[in-house]
Design a protein around this ligand. Structure first.
Ligand SMILES: Nc1nc2c(c(=O)[nH]1)N[C@H]1C(S)=C(S)[C@@H](COP(=O)(O)O)O[C@H]1N2
Ligand SMILES: [Mo]
Length: 207
């Protein structure tokens, strides 16, 4: 009888310890899951807000080696790095990419490219007369990210002297961010109109 009680008591203690340990483990798992979820949410918000670097895997799938110039133009173009090199190549010093959030995303000591203005002059926008100036230009990437410019910004404003299609950064060809990147150097925040994986420049008329 005495033994039976002792065994029962021992079993009760063992069970209590096991149960307690188990609920501690369950707590630990739940807390771990919560922390994981919180970290994921922070990352997802940052990604959606464009504040975290794009993963390298994405870069490979979005690379484009050609940029087409289409829409309301006399001479549609297909640009490559080689064709840009045959145009007026400018060297841009100290270009910084700053996200709308204020985060610094990239610093180029030096980069090379051609003015968008010159590319559009080559393609020749179809203008009926000198009052026909209501065009908008969309620079589009393979991931469908895009930046928009107005005719006046490019052809009648200092912005036009600062919008380039780049093909080289810090002495090396652009690789992971496509082959060509469009930049708008005098924007207050340069991130939004920094179009990596550039694939087309589309000229549209406001009708
Ligand atoms: N094609 C493409 N270009 C893009 C983006 C994008 O998602 N896709 N993100 C933009 C944003 S929000 C910022 S801040 C900068 C970031 O530049 P980085 O990719 O060199 O960090 O690129 C811009 N260009
Ligand atoms: Mo951004």
């Amino acid at each position: 009888m005495k033994y039976t009680k002792m065994i029962a008591a021992t079993l009760a203690i063992v069970f209590a310890c096991w149960a307690c340990n188990n609920s501690e483990k369950a707590d630990q798992i739940a807390n771990g899951k919560k922390a994981q979820q919180a970290a994921f949410n922070t990352w997802k918000e940052g990604k959606e807000a464009g504040m975290v670097p794009i993963p390298a895997g994405d870069s490979i799938k979005y690379i484009s080696k050609q940029v087409t110039v289409t829409g309301e133009v006399e001479f549609p173009l297909t640009l490559t790095v080689d064709s840009l090199k045959k145009m007026n190549v400018a060297t841009i010093e100290n270009f910084q990419v700053v996200c709308q959030s204020g985060a610094n995303m990239k610093n180029d000591k030096t980069c090379k490219g051609v003015l968008l203005k010159e590319i559009l002059e080559k393609a020749k926008i179809k203008q009926d007369n000198h009052k026909d100036r209501n065009f908008y230009i969309v620079a589009r990437a393979t991931d469908n990210y895009k930046a928009t410019f107005s005719w006046a910004e490019i052809f009648n404003n200092p912005t036009g002297q600062n919008v380039y299609v780049l093909f080289e950064e810090n002495g090396i060809p652009i690789q992971l961010q496509g082959a060509m990147i469009l930049i708008s150097r005098n924007d207050i925040k340069t991130g939004p109109r920094h179009v990596i994986w550039l694939k087309s420049i589309e000229v549209n008329k406001v009708i």
